[in-house]
Structure formats: structure tokens, C-alpha cells
Design a protein around this ligand. Structure first.
Ligand code: FE
Length: 248
């Protein structure tokens, strides 16, 4: 697995430079690390720094970079409010607990086993899923994959058209909030969907690519037309290099 390409959205506090509260272009980062950066805001910090062991990683592109398929307005709400909200919630839920010392993936697997831990699992899985989603897209993405991944899609899913149909059906057919995935299980590609915060990494799956089909991902741009958002994702946004790197 290419760990770098599948890393979670939130990293241990120590990975960030002390006091860093960077704003890169339109990408606001709630780094909140280091005593100097905590508990106060400045012109470079649009919100108070996060208190807790987990932090929000920057977007891999500017907030307007995916327009017009996904507007800067949607990105702003989705990243600055929803994604950040999950990280903040997770930090609150693990405060003073052993869970705060775990790596995010391990915490997700651990809390998925116990329905009584859904208060931790949900924000943890949502935090991870969202970073994976940002990385599953890129400006001027979309189209068809090539190389080893294309061969694998041909062998396991009946070719690109087979993938496209299965992925589109999964994304449009997910009732209510959730996610549609291209992933690997037992060495074979699979297209799946999960509801709410659920994620394949909680169940032994290895994701390659994901689309967020919660309404907050598309409603400002497409209103109720989820199918148009899913089509735009496939045509203009998919980051096949990311998926190929995850395939390894
Ligand atoms: Fe979302």
C-alpha cells in the first residue's frame, strides 16, 4: 500500500510544525499545533485552533480548483464546516481517553466493533473518508485509467464501462447519506457503497477511490440531481493516479 497516498486527513499533532497555522492560497488549515498556535486566532486562522490530538490536513488543491463541477462555495462548506466539524467532534469525543493515543485507522477498526462506540466511530470514519474523497479528485481529472489499474478493471469489472455502470449505480442507489467506493478485497476489485459514516477500512476492505454522496457534497451545485454530480465526478474529477497508487 502506498501509505503516503492513503494517509488520513488528520494526523498526529506532532507531525506539524509548532505554531503552524498556515493558510495556503484558498486552503485554510486548522493545524492548531503547538502551544503558540493553540487557543487563539489571528488573521491567518479563520477559526480557533483545534484542541486535541487530531488535526485537519489541507486540501490538495485550492477551493475553487474543481469548479464548475464542484463550486468553491460547496468546497468551503464541505471542507471548512463539515470536514472540520468531524475532526473537532472526534477530538472532543476522545478527550482524556486511551483512544486519543491511537492512529486513526486503528481507532476506526476498534470502534466499528462496538455499536456503543458510534459517537467516536462516526466522526473518526467521516474524518478519514473525507480526506480520501479530496484525494480521489483533482482538477482536470476524470476519463479512463491506464496501465495496471485499467487491466485490473478489465479483468475484475468487465472493463471501464462495467466499472462506470457499477460505480454510477452504487453512487445513485445509495439510499440517503453515504459513499460509493472502488476498492480491493482478497486481491479483486469491487464496487461497493456504505451508509452514513461507514467505511471499507472498518471491514477489511482496501479503498482505491470514493465519492461522497451525502447531500452536503452536491446540493448547493446540483440540488436534488445527484446523478448529474456523479456523472461530473466521473467525467471531470476522478484522480486515477491516486487510485492507481492505492492499488500499488
Ligand atoms: Fe461529506
Amino acid at each position: 500500500m502506498n501509505r503516503q497516498n492513503q494517509n488520513p486527513s488528520i494526523s498526529r499533532r506532532g507531525f506539524l510544525a509548532a505554531g503552524s497555522a498556515a493558510v495556503i492560497g484558498a486552503q485554510a488549515i486548522a493545524s492548531g499545533s503547538g502551544a503558540a498556535g493553540r487557543g487563539k486566532s489571528s488573521a491567518n486562522e479563520p477559526w480557533p485552533a483545534v484542541e486535541g490530538p487530531f488535526t485537519l490536513e489541507p486540501l490538495p488543491y485550492a477551493q475553487d480548483a474543481l469548479a464548475p463541477s464542484i463550486s468553491a462555495n460547496t468546497m468551503s462548506f464541505h471542507y471548512d464546516k463539515h470536514h472540520k466539524g468531524y475532526v473537532d467532534r472526534l477530538n472532543k469525543m476522545v478527550e482524556g481517553k486511551k483512544l486519543a493515543e491511537m492512529k486513526l485507522e486503528a481507532l476506526i477498526v476498534e470502534t466499528a466493533k462496538d455499536p456503543g462506540m458510534s459517537g467516536v466511530f462516526n466522526p473518526a470514519a467521516q474524518a478519514w473518508n473525507h480526506t480520501f474523497y479530496w484525494k480521489s479528485m483533482k482538477p482536470k481529472g476524470g476519463g479512463e485509467p491506464s496501465g495496471k489499474l485499467a487491466d485490473k478493471i478489465k479483468a475484475d469489472l468487465g472493463g471501464f464501462e462495467g466499472f462506470k455502470k457499477a460505480f454510477t449505480d452504487a453512487a445513485n442507489g445509495q439510499f440517503g447519506s453515504g459513499w460509493a467506493w472502488l476498492g480491493l478485497r482478497d486481491g479483486k476489485l469491487e464496487v461497493t457503497k456504505t451508509g452514513n459514516a461507514d467505511t471499507p477500512i472498518a471491514h477489511g476492505g482496501k479503498p482505491l477511490l470514493v465519492i461522497d454522496v451525502w447531500e452536503h457534497a452536491y446540493y448547493l451545485d446540483y440540488q436534488n440531481k445527484r446523478a448529474e454530480y456523479v456523472a461530473a465526478f466521473l467525467e471531470h474529477l476522478v484522480n486515477w493516479e491516486f487510485a492507481a497508487a492505492n492499488l500499488g
